[in-house]
Design a binder for this molecule. Sequence first.
Ligand SMILES: Cc1ncc(COP(=O)(O)O)c(C=O)c1O
Length: 374
Amino acid sequence: MRLIGQNSCSEYSTKSKIWHGEAYELVNLDFTPKFDLKKIAKRPFNLWRYREAIPIEEEAQIISFNEGGTPLLPIQFKDGAKALIKQEYLFPSGSYKDRGSSVLITQAKFLGVQHLVQDSSGNAGASIATYAQKAKIPCDIYVPADTSVAKTTQIAAMGAQIIKVAGNRKETAAMAFEAAKKSYYASHCFNPYFFHGTKTIAYEICEQLNWKSPDSIVLPAGNGTLILGAYIGFKELAELGIISKIPKIIGIQSRHCNPLFKLLHNPSFDLTNYVAEDTLAEGIAIPNPIRAKEMMKAITETNGNILQVSESEIKEAWKEMASLGFFIEPTSAACIAGLNLYLSGLVQPEICVSLFSGNGLKSIEKISKILNIY
Ligand SMILES: Cc1ncc(COP(=O)(O)O)c(C=O)c1O
């Protein structure tokens, strides 16, 4: 097990506090999981049941609330289309990000990290703050000044220091990046441990389908913690011979912020100066994802696609899910609108899985606008 810098190909020990390569480039984990289906069958249904597939040293103290093991429920849209939905809004901090945080903060604790820095549009910050609180590691969370009150309140309640940045998501990330040079960057985009937490969604889905993979998986596409996590997880299971194929990965973006959609249709599109418009789907409002190249590889290698949805489609999908009793974030509704779009284009029926990524209680202001109340 080792860390590898993407540009320099330099190698680093997983026992060092490394979150970047020599030129501050991204690092990835080189890790081959061992896996014994019989052994895990007796364990509780949470993400740590896949312990040997998670790149954490045996002696580490696991920082966990027994998160994971979320239900996989069938839904039917009013046009008759069907899919299975992983209930990822049922996590301690209210979003699937807890998968990544549990693994990342476990590693940080193991390394003896004394302070950490994170930046987020809200959910990742709230999640990292929750796990840092449990691990007793002080942390600073950088958020854009317009982040929802629910999310900043949650972060503050978890004892983290909030730094509000008068700028967009990109400027917030740049400030956190500078601060992290003197701390440890618990970034859900930079730090590779996060992706080895989010990958457990693939393990759970396959187990819930009796160790078969779905035909397709429809995921929101922001910074790629789900797309890349799912890609790593399904790939590992295929390499271990546990599943026979990797599902098509379909990424969903808002038409108001669709850098990957643009890149898919024009590979020379320059993301650096792309300016997005406001969208209800704040969690995926990422104009220039730092792992865009890796995300595109995951999409193309799995024969997947990137679809885009309008603001009115997001509202309609939110209302339809609410009519079925699901109270989700508008960002999650964007993914569900994309799921509906994907299913409507299918020639043959597929086993298609998607998710509810975040709890609606985090976005009351936006939801009250959808409902036209207050
Ligand atoms: C509710 C919600 N859904 C989806 C996402 C998608 O993010 P990513 O592309 O990093 O998986 C986010 C990110 O913050 C989010 O908060």
